[in-house]
Design a protein around this ligand. Sequence first.
Ligand code: C2O
Ligand code: CU
Ligand code: CU
Length: 466
Amino acid sequence: VATVGGVDRYEVTQREAAIEILPGVRTPMWTYEGVFPGPTIEARRGRPVTVTHRNELPVPTVVHLHGGHTTAASDGYPTDLVLPEGRHDATHMAHHMHDMPGMGDPRAVVTRLTRDYTFPMDQRSTMLWYHDHRMDFTAPAIWRGLAGLHIIRDEEEEGLGLPAGDRELPLVITDRAFDGEGGLLYPSLDPGLRERPGVRESYLAGVLGDVILVNGAPWPVHEVDAVRHRLRVLNASNARHYELEAVTDDGRRLDLVQIGADQGLLAGPVTHRSLPIAPAERYDLVVDFSGVPAGGRVRLRNRLGSGRTREVMAFRIARTAADPSRVPPVLSRDLPSWQRPDAARVRDFSFRAGRMHGGHGWLIGGLPFDPARTDVTTRLGDVEIWRLIADVHHPVHLHLVGFRVLSRGGRAPRPHDAGLKDTLSLRPGESAEIITRFTGYRGRYLFHCHNAEHEDMGMMANLEII
Ligand code: C2O
Ligand code: CU
Ligand code: CU
């Protein structure tokens, strides 16, 4: 990272790399900078970050900063491509893209070989992530490795005395499936995978793997002191949901003290025994290992898994140590307080299966994604309430803004709905209301299901802020 004129500059090359994920074998992946997950970008609130992405992959890509309060030009619209270097000229690629179903008018396809994405970072401290977002191909690109963290820090958070340094652990949880040589299996490309136990048969419901990775390592064991740790959890899986719990050797469940949600710190901590996390959601947690004897273990488990997908990772307790950290009762005072009467309008959206291009697709309001259609137009600064309803499980994500959950299933929000979010896990048959204010920038943004396969199969819509 270099700082030029008050802007932090990063350069990221997207390239193929063979990475040792399973012991003794190399997995060919698509990477940011040759690593998986990609390099973590560390940003300061109020100080812009520019990331120059160079595409050396064999396909066009799009970079989206998930949770970023970003201008539309840098938000990574699905047809706003970074072309592979030296392989195609822009005109050729535009025509090629036009032949693909759903790519629409080639004049709408913006292409570049490298490009700068600029993030104003005028937003609360939190953990975001960046990932590929190319139209119709986001899910396989993320599966192959195009995802990384982007953390924003500020003084408010640093003054709290939360566990820090090596006691702050970002945990990127994903699932993947591998063949015998370590290659990634992606069911839509590998129909033979159907016989494999633990791997879901069809692409339709979203692709699951039978190996759980944390920060790119299968079921890692991490050594910790017997003190409080801050676990910053991202579910970067394409489609797998987890319900996390931390269990000691003698079967005791440790409290998961939630201090933050997708879009930053909560007003105050919320204690959970277990915590559901849908694709793209983040939780900022503090777990206290002080009651666990040295040599003991705490397993992070997934209550929704079975067999080996029930295990996520483990912490091995090394020794007792001094713990200067604390979790103050008041964490943040800068949360928005939008209330129902503030809303200029209420909108309804259904997230359901339906027919598209003559086949099966996933639709919002009965329609598959079309980059040429504006689904929602709103005015900069307006507060809106969105009522969402799902047929099956759909994690609904809005670009640009954070929102508050007003209700779920006709009742008060659940404890894990606290704080400011950008992704809401709608459970099968469930409805929910969210409230947000469209601030910052005008332009074309998106909202979509973050089951990555659902997104590729049409469950995405345009949001125009005027
Ligand atoms: Cu995490 Cu539109 O995406
Ligand atoms: Cu996003
Ligand atoms: Cu979905």
